[in-house]
Design a protein around this ligand. Structure first.
Ligand SMILES: C[S@@+](CC[C@H](N)C(=O)[O-])C[C@H]1O[C@@H](n2cnc3c(N)ncnc32)[C@H](O)[C@@H]1O
Length: 257
């Protein structure tokens, strides 16, 4: 599957400069979420818009974009500027209100049981969410279900054995998620926000690729690549074992049939 993927416009944006810019912003996630999310929002818009253009020849204006696990809606303004109707779905009211943003039409619900009918949206996106749910492939199925035939699904998640797999408990997750969580509590006196077994789970790159391979006639895989890497490092996805350590964040892009 990985060998037969069509060329994508987005590959042109995946330069080393972009990777360094994104990587540089990661350390501000907790201290300056506005800065961190501003950069990631613009980049996510480019990613989605490029694949949508590859698929349909059109820009995002007039499309409905469902952002599963959209948190407070950091991506809302960027998608609205591009003319899309942006709908974040988020189960956690604390997350929804975390940044004081007001996103009209925000929906409270879980990615594992999306409160939408089949084929309701043009584009279904989830960014850094699958590793926070106990049944990520069920969530992927739900996302595919609510995407229109001919629509786009973008599924991006943090790979457990990558450098950011343990989130704030890393790099101790390499010694086990439970150990890393306990160590974090011991050191800081509080539970990690991303608690192994409750809100943080092991998700492998291999599992995402397997899910994509099994789509069969339900979807066409447009791309599977490391989200933050420059184009010349995308081959990592094709190497079993190594991809678990170095891909860090896998994006699977599917055109629903
Ligand atoms: C790391 S944040 C990602 C936020 C945003 N999508 C991004 O890329 O920056 C993970 C989000 O997933 C949400 N989440 C957790 N469980 C979920 C579920 N079952 N369905 C949908 N979202 C969920 C969390 O509440 C949180 O807002």
């Amino acid at each position: 599957m990985l060998r037969d993927l069509p060329p994508t416009v987005f590959a042109r944006r995946a330069t080393l400069r972009r990777s360094l810019r994104l990587l540089g912003s990661f350390r501000f996630e907790q201290t300056d979420p506005g800065l961190f999310y501003g950069g990631i929002a613009a980049d996510t818009l480019d990613l989605v818009a490029d694949f949508h253009r590859d698929l349909t020849g059109r820009d995002l204006s007039g499309t409905t974009v469902l952002d599963v696990g959209g948190g407070p809606g950091y991506f809302a303004d960027r998608f609205a500027e591009a003319g899309a109707r942006y709908i974040p779905v988020e189960p956690d009211p604390t997350e929804m209100h975390a940044a004081g943003l007001r996103v009209p039409g925000a929906v409270r619900g879980s990615g594992m049981a999306l409160p939408f009918r089949d084929g309701a949206v043009d584009i279904c996106l989830s960014s850094n969410v699958a590793e926070h749910v106990p049944r990520p492939w069920h969530m992927a199925e739900e996302m595919l279900r609510v995407t229109k035939p001919g629509g786009l699904m973008v599924f991006s998640y943090t790979v457990w054995l990558g450098p950011f797999g343990g989130h704030e408990t890393g790099p101790w997750h390499y010694l086990g998620g439970e150990y890393a969580a306990r160590r974090y509590r011991r050191r800081t006196g509080r539970e990690p926000k991303n608690r192994f077994g409750t809100s943080l789970f092991v998700v492998t790159a291999a599992a995402g690729l397997r899910w994509a391979e099994r789509l069969g006639s339900r979807g066409r895989v447009l791309a599977a690549f490391p989200r933050y890497h420059p184009r010349w490092a995308w081959w990592l996805v094709r190497v079993p074992g190594l991809r678990e350590l170095l891909v860090s964040n896998l994006v699977v892009v599917v055109a629903k049939r």
